[in-house]
Write a protein that binds this ligand. Sequence first.
Ligand code: PLP
Length: 265
Amino acid sequence: MEYAEFVHENVQRVQERIAEAALRAGRDPAAVTLVAVTKTFPVEAILAGWAAGLRHFGENRPEEGAEKVPQVNAAIEGVRPTWHMVGHVQSRKAALTVAHFDVVHSVDRPKIARRLSRFAREAGRQIPILLECNISGEPTKYGFRVDRWQEDQAQREAFFAACAEVLPLPALQVKGLMTMAPIVEDPETVRPIFAGLRALQDALAERFPDADWRELSMGMTDDFEVAVEEGATMVRIGRALFGPRVPHSPSHPVTQLPNHRGQVR
Ligand SMILES: *Cc1c(COP(=O)(O)O)cnc(C)c1O
């Protein structure tokens, strides 16, 4: 089987699984956007995804995106994909992020929000963003610390104060929340994480009723069905579409495709 065919079948299957999960929860499958996370996969893989109907792509490193986004855009006629930055953005990478991405899921501190807004304003753009929330409390995770927001008033107020700083920034449009669940064997284990993000969305809608909180970016290859059942409007999926990731380093650019068994050619 050719790699493009492998991706095509994966796209179909993932879209079916999203639709089934949405219907189980009484939701409209069209309310869930599939963001294909292409980090470590080469341009060829992204183009196979485009040919299979994918229209939203995500990268987690601004530098890698800066390399691949222009190549993919140049290879596509007419409408171009929507590019999502889903990984941590260092302050010095804010300009690069604005230059290549349409949506940022991973705004995790007011400082990066201010910088993104500044560069977006200079470029004459409005950038939709999500606030990344660390719901699980894992110390290795980025995101606003909200693991105890329901019972810990100080933590809740600190997060609301950060929101109050980000919301008025002139060139950013806050659209909702993003989270990454812990890696677990059984995706049912992380259902409370996703339900927790949705509860936080409700609290924010009450506290900041004039803002737009509609998007919930949650769910990856191993847990996206549970996330959709719990209200995800964006799922960020890599391996279920493109196969296992091949480890690489910046000095070894992303050129290798896994085959359909996940082996490197
Ligand atoms: C890599 C990544 C994903 C996708 O992970 P898969 O397990 O390949 O589906 C989603 N979100 C973020 C932030 C990522 O870095």
